[in-house]
Design a binder for this molecule. Structure first.
Ligand SMILES: Nc1nc2c(ncn2[C@@H]2O[C@H](COP(=O)(O)OP(=O)(O)OP(=O)(O)O)[C@@H](O)[C@H]2O)c(=O)[nH]1
Length: 297
């Protein structure tokens, strides 16, 4: 190949001596990339490779070249004449004592790869956030009905293997309609948010708290028997009293408890049956004058 054709290649083409490492010849692309004025034997491949790439070349590439005569798609870091580090892909062949290098700078490919990696990370974070949001009630940020049911199913599966007492606690605000009617729907929303905070504050990490419906909340108390559930509910009644209403009245709630019994766990309807039990207990609490907890066993 004559010199003119050699210079038309849009990549670094160079020949070096395998032992002395000196550059024997190169095309003009390589000359300008490496900032070479002339090839006088003073420039070696160690001048164009980063420290890490040079170690890689000496300890890994050179032995392969000596045994196989060729290395393909080798990732290296080049040093330009301005000291810039440029990722590159090289193909190298050994012929007699000369190494023939074809090197393609790969900045764009690396940039694209980085962009792809960060786009994927972004997408994963957004998917995670979306999954989280689909589980939450937008007003109170508590679990929504569907998420609680899914989580409760997992708890039931768990306690089928090794029984742990679990109580369902259904909470309903007393006279919420007049609160909305007298102080406005937005004020009603504020009350729901305050009650959600109270419920979150009362339970443990291992418990579940959900907005079950409009002004109805459901707690799943894990590893809690009926006595424990009653003392949780006492704390709820007490904390709810601190939520003042504009007419100098205080908020109150009615509560129904259901205790998930060991003998019922294998029933495929165990969740809906116990929610029904908690609902019946709540109904009794409302009928008995509200602002109280009832249990149907
Ligand atoms: N502000 C607000 N109100 C809601 C929301 N969801 C449901 N409600 C209201 O909750 C009220 C529930 O009223 P009722 O079922 O009559 O119950 P109550 O007035 O609390 O009466 P008792 O439960 O018998 O003590 C209705 O006025 C609904 O409009 C909500 O997201 N925000």
């Amino acid at each position: 190949m004559n010199q003119v054709e050699f210079d038309h290649f849009p990549c670094l083409l160079l020949v070096s001596h395998i032992e002395t490492t000196h550059l024997l010849t190169c095309n003009t692309y390589a000359e300008s990339f490496l900032g070479l004025q002339s090839i006088d034997g003073s420039f070696g491949i160690n001048d164009m490779l980063s420290k890490a790439s040079l170690i890689f070349y000496e300890s890994y590439l050179k032995p392969i070249l000596l045994s196989n005569g060729m290395c393909k798609e080798v990732q290296l870091t080049l040093l330009t004449h301005t000291g810039e580090r440029v990722p590159a892909v090289a193909h190298i062949t050994l012929k007699e004592a000369a190494l023939y290098w074809a090197i393609y700078p790969a900045q764009e490919r690396d940039k694209l790869y980085q962009e792809l990696v960060s786009a994927r990370e972004n997408l994963e974070a957004k998917t995670e956030e979306l999954t989280r949001l689909t589980r939450l009630d937008p007003l109170t940020s508590l679990l929504n009905r569907r998420a609680l049911t899914a989580d409760l199913n997992k708890i039931i599966t768990l306690i089928k293997r090794k029984y742990v007492p679990v109580c369902l606690v259904l909470i309903d605000i007393d006279f919420f309609k007049p609160i909305n009617d007298n102080f406005g729907h937005e004020y009603g929303d504020e009350v729901l948010i305050k009650l959600a905070a109270v419920l979150k504050g009362v339970v443990r990490e291992s418990d579940l708290v959900a907005r079950w419906g409009g002004e109805e909340f459901l707690l799943v108390l894990y590893n809690a028997n009926v006595d424990d559930a009653f003392s949780y509910c006492d704390r709820i009644h007490e904390a709810v009293r601190d939520i003042d209403l504009p007419d100098n009245k205080h908020l109150t709630v009615s509560i129904g408890i259901a205790n998930v019994k060991q003998e019922d766990i294998s029933d495929s309807e165990v969740i809906s049956k116990n929610i029904h039990v908690a609902d019946s207990a709540l109904y009794i609490a409302k009928k008995s004058g509200r602002n109280q907890t009832q249990l149907v066993s």
